[in-house]
Design a binder for this molecule. Structure first.
Ligand code: G3I
Length: 475
């Protein structure tokens, strides 16, 4: 067994060890989460039964044109209790001509789901992709109004039948910017996302409203931080958002990150549900099986991770069929990934709130930004929770260079009851009170614009779970 370093290069301070599996560190997550994991009540023999043991749903994407395939529907009916229309509720499918709505394929899926006692996730009301041709050529106020009309009409048609809507899909850019993706919708104004959420809430007040995206799984990635900042802002300003969907399309170039549970937990601490909405992992055999187990263990460790949806039934049904990314092979046989997923679900998870700060209690902002200084760089420090034990917790601070910097200094201030007992991946010094730690780089502090680095520490909490306050300054 090899001692693990997470993707930020951090080594846990305790004796915790993780087994490395290819590029992914997932196999021993259940061990590292042992303090927060509750055993399941019993063993479920299907995915939906096993997930239900801890109060979660288990879903899949369904294609309307496969509902006549009995192998497909037999598996779907047996294993899943949450259904997403893979393509049939998208903008191009539901409004092929402006103001002429077409619901027949979406309705077939809803009807099949509901007649078999299943709930439905709606996917997706507003998206830069899969827009009907007439919309692709629109801009400005006309496009904004057309988008809001679409959201209102489609959410009204399915009112009362949808558990959660992906209101806005994939609005953030890939790469290191952490910014919105350029699109015709984005060019109507930065408030287009919140306008869509408000229209959806007005149309179907009972549906949970989600923001859904991909490549938002790794906590230290700029895109993850961009979405997190938006959701935090929405919650602070009362924009009606209830959940965040993590698509979770993984392959060797985009493996399951070792900090996946941190990402899910930090979003949940904003006061939203988190859901894994389009899971698939390219690969085969035990490697794929271990990665599937790790994703489920991460979800199960977060009380507000309310369910998982895999993006299709059999490998041959997948949008990435050649990568054999799903739980059943083309003949409908259960794969090793199915067994590891079932076992992970049956191992149980937390159903009681994690000892995170109460979202109704004002918390110090986990992010502070130094003002840009002429001639030098600036940085952002973001606090994220790590593991927790009865008497202590780990914290991680991610330093992001907003422009090129040659060094950084970060302060971590803990409360009177708290005491930092150990640190890693930085050079600490202390003020006389012992409550303010100044952390400097362990080595070279140079960071290019958009680059991040992290350090960590352990806090003896003394009964106070308040997040430490963090700042960053750069030169
Ligand atoms: O149904 C037509 C068929 O009649 C035609 O002969 C054929 C030829 O091109 O196309 C078929 O439609 C395809 C459709 O899937 C149904 O198979 C479309 O071309 C194809 O573009 C479409 O791909 C879908 C893709 O979204 C489009 O962006 C995939 O099925 C669907 O799995 C995928 O789902 C997305 C999520 O919505 C958002 N997250 C990423 C995920 C994967 O890309």
């Amino acid at each position: 067994m090899e001692e693990s370093m997470n993707r930020s290069g951090l080594r846990p301070p305790s004796s915790t060890h993780r087994r490395r599996t290819g590029a992914v560190l997932v196999a021993a997550l259940a061990v590292t989460l042992a303090g927060a994991t509750l055993p399941a009540q019993g063993a479920g023999s299907t995915l939906q039964a096993a997930a239900a043991e801890s109060g979660r749903y288990y879903g899949t994407a369904i294609a309307a044109n496969k509902l006549s395939d009995s192998t497909y529907t037999t598996i779907a009916n047996r294993e899943f209790n949450m259904i997403t229309a893979e393509n049939e509720m998208k903008m191009d499918a539901t409004e092929p001509s402006q103001n002429q709505f077409s619901y027949s394929s979406g309705d077939r899926i809803v009807s099949w789901a509901r007649s078999n006692g299943k709930r439905v996730r709606g996917h997706a009301l507003a998206w830069h992709s899969q827009q009907p041709g007439w919309m692709q050529n629109m801009s400005g106020t006309a496009l904004r109004n057309a988008m809001l009309n679409h959201v209102t009409q489609v959410a009204t048609h399915y009112k009362g039948q949808i558990y959660a809507w992906d209101v806005v899909n994939e609005a953030y850019a890939d790469g290191s910017s952490g910014a919105r993706r350029d699109s015709n919708l984005q060019r109507t104004g930065n408030d287009w996302i919140e306008a869509a959420f408000r229209a959806a809430r007005a149309a179907d007040p009972a549906a949970k409203l989600c923001y859904n995206d991909y490549n938002t799984d790794n906590w230290s990635h700029a895109k993850t931080q961009g979405v997190y900042t938006m959701v935090r802002d929405f919650k602070a300003r009362g924009v009606p958002i209830d959940c965040v969907g993590f698509q979770a399309h993984f392959n060797s170039g985009n493996p399951v990150p070792s900090n996946y549970d941190v990402t899910l937990r930090n979003f949940a601490a904003l006061g939203v549900d988190v859901q894994i909405t389009e899971l698939d992992i390219e690969g085969s055999g035990s490697s794929q099986a271990q990665q599937y187990a790790g994703v489920h263990q991460a979800c199960l460790s977060v009380a507000r991770c309310t369910g998982v949806t895999v993006w299709g039934v059999r490998d041959t049904d997948s949008w990435r069929a050649s990568g054999t990314p799903l739980l059943f092979d083309g003949s409908g046989n259960k794969k090793a990934a199915y067994t590891s997923t079932l076992n992970a679900l049956n191992a149980g998870g937390t159903t009681t709130p994690d000892p995170t700060p109460n979202p109704t209690t004002p918390q110090p902002s986990p992010t502070t930004t130094t003002p840009p200084v002429t001639g030098t760089g600036s940085c952002t420090a973001t606090y994220s929770e790590g593991q927790k034990w009865g008497d202590r917790f780990n914290g991680v601070v991610t330093i992001r260079a907003n422009s090129a910097i040659t060094s950084w200094t970060s302060t971590v201030t803990v409360s009177q009851a708290q005491r930092i007992t150990s640190t890693w991946s930085g050079t600490p010094s202390w003020d006389s009170s012992g409550k303010v730690m100044t952390m400097r780089p362990a080595g070279n502090g140079t960071l290019a614009a958009g680059q991040t680095t992290s350090f960590g520490f352990t806090v003896l909490h003394g009964g106070d779970w308040t997040w430490p306050r963090v700042t960053c300054s750069a030169s």
